[in-house]
Design a protein around this ligand. Structure first.
Ligand SMILES: [Zn+2]
Length: 396
């Protein structure tokens, strides 16, 4: 396949107090009656500001509370509320699952790539504009055209790809500055992977998972900018967030965490960092407390850099960054209570078997071996431990 494909939201809006401009931005898109999907915490954080802005423009709207899990039943319920109210958009406010559910309820059709061959879902959502208002900057999911759908028991049952990206992504940095700092830092961990994974896909000629195509130079450049912004502004952003200030450092890092990381992963591809990061969820029972996506992905990124054989000077730059903002550089900092070889081997084996993510790595095979591996898991095992050694050395 030689096609290059790039996806992006139709409009990206960011700034302190941005929600005061929601009404005018909706009017620019020709939208006059949105349904607003909110989690309880998001309703507190953004509900009043959105209502004020829409009322100032005389725009009709209604709120609907999120049920707590992104299931097919919940998607259907939100879709029906949207259709019955004659709404022309769904504004999704909150974190990952709210955005996933609202995005699916807004979009007409989807492809579930969890099935082989992929399952086509023709009448999924209401077919209206999807607008995402992330109230935390913990990941890059809000700019993407992908949703994870769960069973009632919270197990992923579908990875839905949508034919269109969100019509608008709307980030009020005052809201982000007031959100828990650990979430912003986790978002930096997710964003840290973007450049190295896109670069790996480029070097190995692997298509991006979402576009199932190769990356444009634009996507590669945006992934690189994502990394550069973290290195330049990451520590400053953390300090501003600690003080609850939406300053220039936070502005730069929010753009890296949400916009650039989203564009970079979706159109550039993902790889070993996420494979190893997800591998840690296979030993979740050994964490002293639950870890965020970006926190395990940060450790996965350091592992990918070890697998690439990056020189110590470069490793030190990235380790120093992680340490300065509070991302884990040792297994202890990941709060892993059992760091025996057996546990680490389980992580490595899960990563080596993750065909979707690991097969873009240099040295991966396209066919599984007798253990179901696409990569030698002993090499991953050693890299995970090498990160720990390096991290402890620099922590001392
Ligand atoms: Zn991620």
């Amino acid at each position: 396949m030689t096609l290059k494909v790039m996806l992006a939201p139709g409009r990206y809006v960011q700034g302190p107090g941005a929600l005061d401009h929601m009404g005018e931005q909706l009017e620019i898109l020709g939208l006059r009656n949105p349904l607003i999907l909110v989690s309880p915490s998001a309703k507190k954080a953004v509900g009043a500001a959105i209502t004020r802005s829409l009322e100032a423009r005389g725009l009709a709207h209604a709120f609907v509370d999120f049920g707590g899990e992104c299931t097919r039943v919940e998607i259907e319920r939100i879709k029906n509320v949207c259709i019955q109210g004659g709404h022309d958009a769904i504004i999704n406010c909150g974190g990952g699952k709210v955005l996933d559910a609202g995005r699916a309820a807004a979009t007409r059709s989807a492809l579930n790539v969890e099935m082989v061959p992929p399952e086509h879902i023709p009448d999924l959502g209401a077919g209206v504009a999807c607008i995402n208002v992330p109230t935390v900057a913990a990941s890059d999911a809000s700019t993407s055209s992908v949703s994870l759908v769960y069973t009632d028991d919270h197990v992923v049952e579908a990875t839905m790809l949508f034919p269109s990206s969100p019509a608008m992504v709307f980030v009020d940095t005052t809201v982000i500055a007031a959100s828990p700092v650990r979430l912003l830092v986790a978002g930096m961990g997710d964003a840290l992977a973007t450049y190295f994974e896109a670069d790996m896909c480029l070097r190995t000629g692997s298509p991006a998972v979402v576009t199932r195509s190769h990356s444009t130079r634009a996507a590669q450049a945006l992934a690189r900018l994502c990394f550069d912004l973290l290195m330049t502004y990451g520590v400053q952003a953390k300090r501003e967030a600690d003080a609850g200030v939406a300053g220039p450092g936070l502005e730069a890092v929010v753009e890296a965490n949400i916009l650039l990381s989203g564009l970079g992963f979706e159109s550039g591809g993902i790889s070993g960092s996420h494979a190893v990061g997800h591998g840690f969820y296979h030993v979740a029972e050994f964490f002293a407390s639950p870890r965020y996506h970006g926190e395990v992905v940060a450790y996965g990124t350091l592992t990918q850099l070890m697998l690439e054989g990056r020189p110590p000077e470069f490793l030190k730059t990235v380790f120093d960054f992680c340490r300065a903002v509070g991302l884990p550089t040792t297994l202890e900092e990941l709060t892993l209570t059992d760091t025996s070889d057996e546990v680490i081997e389980r992580v490595a084996l899960a990563a080596a078997r993750d065909v979707v993510l690991i097969s873009s790595m240099a040295g991966a095979s396209s066919q599984p071996d007798e253990l179901g591996r696409y990569y030698d898991h002993r090499v991953i095992f050693n890299a995970i431990k090498a990160v720990d050694v390096f991290g402890r050395e620099y922590g001392a």
